[in-house]
Ligand binder design. Structure first.
Ligand code: ZN
Length: 87
């Protein structure tokens, strides 16, 4: 069960007036990151074009896959440098 983030009305009003106060909450890959507004908890992510877009469940799924591929590749890279430094 997942509840949609329900921000208190004054906070959302503040965001409407002054804009969102985004903070990076997750680094998916070198280029893809997730952001959350500190005020109303609205979430954004970088899409394939490098632009910010609403973090929908679909994007969340894509990001999870991206993250997995990315960390796996990073681990392999690390292993490679480790072995090459031994010899
Ligand atoms: Zn906001």
């Amino acid at each position: 069960m997942k509840k949609t983030t329900n921000a208190p009305a004054p906070m959302r009003f503040y965001c409407d007036l002054f804009g969102h106060n985004y903070e990076m909450t997750k680094k998916v890959t070198k280029h893809v990151k997730e952001y959350t507004c500190k005020c109303c908890k609205r979430q954004l992510t970088t899409n394939g074009n490098g632009k910010l877009t609403e973090l929908t469940p679909k994007f969340q799924e894509i990001n999870n896959i991206l993250e997995e591929i990315y960390t796996r590749r990073m681990m392999r890279l690390k292993n490679k440098t480790l072995t090459s430094s031994i010899y």
